[in-house]
Design a binder for this molecule. Structure first.
Ligand SMILES: C[S@@+](CC[C@H](N)C(=O)[O-])C[C@H]1O[C@@H](n2cnc3c(N)ncnc32)[C@H](O)[C@@H]1O
Length: 294
């Protein structure tokens, strides 16, 4: 049995910097010096599982072992925050339902294609993607359209859970009761019903792998909330650029409330809605002068 005060291997400043740099280069996470003890605590289980004596050996394993790439994925799973729940940041969802969705539904070209694609980038266990699917279904604006919500995350574990769509009480903490009819009772909680599950497609994707992001295709709206706050500025810029490339002209990007493009110069324009601000890829049809005035 482990002693109560188990010291275990210590993560020194130099090893912390090396591991943090390797993690940052892999996925954009910024792990400043304040994270040293948290990383020490969380990664000790990996040293134990791999029978490694200290963090210097763990760093060498990450960098040079044949299984280093797989181990990096495991380390990132342990170091990231997967906190999420249904109907998170509802003021933003109100703007989505009240203004973004109607303008998409009224777009002449879209009405002809009858296809709508939304990307939940960094979807964790899927609550955000399913929330968007429920809101779209409930709006009644897209009946008989081909609606796809794509959820992606760097963690394979959360993607498995998202596909399953079974949730316990903490996921429902902000859920308005009128949407509960989209769920069925399951042995381990409530499961999203088959109709809403069929609208959502989940896959593994590292957002920093901007070339692979092309698998998502072109989308009308990107939700990326509570993901980029953990990134360094350069990684944020790269990911935002790849969102721009994925968005169709006129498409919108919704970030979390503490995330903004304030310090990043980007090609997005800011759009003020009644309850929120969103970023928009300028529409090709917008006159040049009006775009420059913004
Ligand atoms: C705090 S959760 C946010 C979930 C949801 N968007 C929300 O707002 O409730 C952040 C998610 O971003 C994912 N993530 C972190 N870095 C990532 C990366 N480089 N690529 C893809 N997903 C990443 C994490 O695995 C985690 O599941």
């Amino acid at each position: 049995m482990r002693p109560l005060l188990d010291a275990g291997p210590e993560l020194g400043g130099a090893e912390h910097r090396l591991i943090a740099e390797a993690v940052n280069a892999f996925c954009g996470l910024q792990l400043g010096s304040a994270t040293r003890f948290l990383m020490q605590r969380r990664l000790r289980e990996r040293l134990e599982a791999l029978s490694l004596p200290d963090f210097a050996a763990y760093y060498r394993y990450l960098r040079y072992d044949r299984s280093g790439a797989d181990e990096m994925e495991r380390a990132v799973e342990i170091l990231t925050t997967n906190e999420t729940y249904f109907f998170r940041e509802d003021y933003q969802l109100r703007a989505f339902v009240g203004e973004v969705l109607p303008s998409l539904a009224n777009d002449r070209a879209l009405r002809e294609q009858r296809r709508l694609t939304i990307w939940s980038a960094g979807c964790s266990t899927g609550e955000e993607a399913y929330t968007l699917a429920m809101l779209i279904d409930d709006s009644g604006l897209f009946a008989d359209w081909d609606v796809r919500i794509i959820g992606s995350d760097i963690s394979r574990r959360v993607i498995e859970r998202a596909r399953e769509g079974i949730y316990g009480p903490s996921s429902f903490r902000a859920m308005p009761p009128q949407y509960l009819h989209y769920f069925e009772e399951a042995s381990r909680g409530r499961q999203v019903n088959a109709r809403v599950r069929a609208m959502c497609h989940f896959g593994h994707l590292n957002l920093l792998d901007v070339d692979r992001a092309a698998v998502v295709g072109r989308v009308h709206t990107v939700f990326c909330r509570n993901v980029l706050i953990y990134f360094d500025e350069e990684s944020r810029r790269r990911v935002i650029e790849s969102f721009y490339e994925r968005l169709l002209p006129g498409g919108t990007l919704l970030l979390g409330h503490s995330e903004s493009l304030l310090n990043l110069s980007t090609r997005f324009e800011l759009l003020h809605l009644s309850t929120d601000m969103v970023y928009r890829r300028p529409s090709a049809s917008l006159p040049r002068r009006r775009r420059e005035e913004r």
